[in-house]
Design a protein around this ligand. Structure first.
Ligand code: DAK
Length: 264
């Protein structure tokens, strides 16, 4: 594996973990970090062994405190456009990664940091976590998909309130409005995330990917088209050794041993 200046990468028991690692700047996203992340996500997408990806932030204070404002302040319009393209590419790669991605939000997730978490499949948060889209305070609006993903996840009016005011919400409120799936004591967050990741990692590889794709693609279309997408994804699962193994194991009253292969 290549080494990275602003990211840490670990892999254990088929679970890959990326840690944003600029703790002195609260893990703010600069261009170099985004370029590194784009490359690493490509490596992960091409690896058949890793079943789940976890994203978290270094230090106790932040997941990601947003785009690097120091860098942002120096960009001209063209550079801003490149920055936007880079950020949007990375966030799209994250959303479309074939394996599930859990955001383990261990502190501030602000601006681009919240948008990064929103592109993950779901979010677990430390009780100390804070979420917000404060771009309005900088004379900006969210630019990495936040206006779109937040409204789709928590509803139009709640998203408008948060984006128009820039108000931060604590972890409990984030859970109550549906932004976060689970809140844990800060020192238990990674254990909880890895437990859920391990549960998913032992499922059929083909079906896990098929379920993610069917849900993601289906959310952008009408119900009938979504059900068609589901049928195709279901057919793909039926063509896998995993489905044969899963059903056989049930009938033989033993745990399934998924190999993650299509029928030979
Ligand atoms: N960028 C750069 N440095 C940051 C930073 C950030 N976003 N957030 C914190 N830091 C740095 C601080 O400057 C400080 O550095 P030193 O002074 O020690 O050198 C260090 O991290 C510790 O921060 P504080 O001293 O401020 O710590 P506090 O506990 O007092 O406050 C805080 C924590 C998170 C409340 C505060 O740091 C804060 O408000 N940070 C900024 C949060 C923010 O506004 N984030 C949103 C950024 S806007 C685009 C697409 C997307 C975006 C932009 C463009 N295009 C389409 C072009 C995204 C925009 C954003 O994300």
């Amino acid at each position: 594996m290549p080494t990275y200046k602003h990211l840490l990468f670990e892999e254990q028991n088929q679970i890959a973990t990326i840690t944003f690692n600029r703790p002195k700047a609260l893990n703010a996203l600069n261009q170099e970090l985004l370029q590194e992340l784009a490359g690493l996500l490509d490596v992960i997408a091409g690896n058949e062994d890793w079943r789940v990806l976890v994203l978290t932030g270094a230090g106790e204070k932040a997941f990601v405190a947003g785009a690097d404002i120091t860098e942002l302040a120096t960009l001209n319009a063209l550079q801003g456009k490149y920055f936007a393209k880079l950020g949007q590419d990375v966030i799209n790669r994250l959303q479309h990664l074939p394996i599930p991605v859990i955001a383990a939000v261990n502190g501030y997730a602000l601006g681009g940091g919240s948008e990064m978490a929103l592109a993950c499949d779901f979010i677990y948060a430390a009780d100390s976590a804070m979420f917000g889209l404060p771009e309005i305070n900088l004379g900006l609006i969210p630019g990495f998909g936040g206006t779109q993903r937040l409204a789709r996840l928590i509803g139009r009016n709640r998203a408008k309130e948060l984006i128009f005011t820039g108000r931060m919400v604590k972890a409990d409120e984030a859970r109550d409005i549906g932004l976060v799936n689970k809140v844990c004591p800060a020192d238990a967050l990674m254990d909880e995330v890895l437990k859920t990741a391990a549960l998913m990692a032992q499922k059929g590889k083909v079906s896990l990917r098929a379920a993610k794709q069917a849900i993601n693609k289906g959310l952008d279309v009408d119900l009938a088209t979504g059900c068609e997408i589901e049928r195709d994804a279901f057919a793909l699962c039926m063509a896998s050794d995993d489905a044969k193994e899963g059903t056989t194991a049930f009938l033989e009253k033993r745990p399934a041993e998924f190999k993650g292969r299509l029928n030979e």
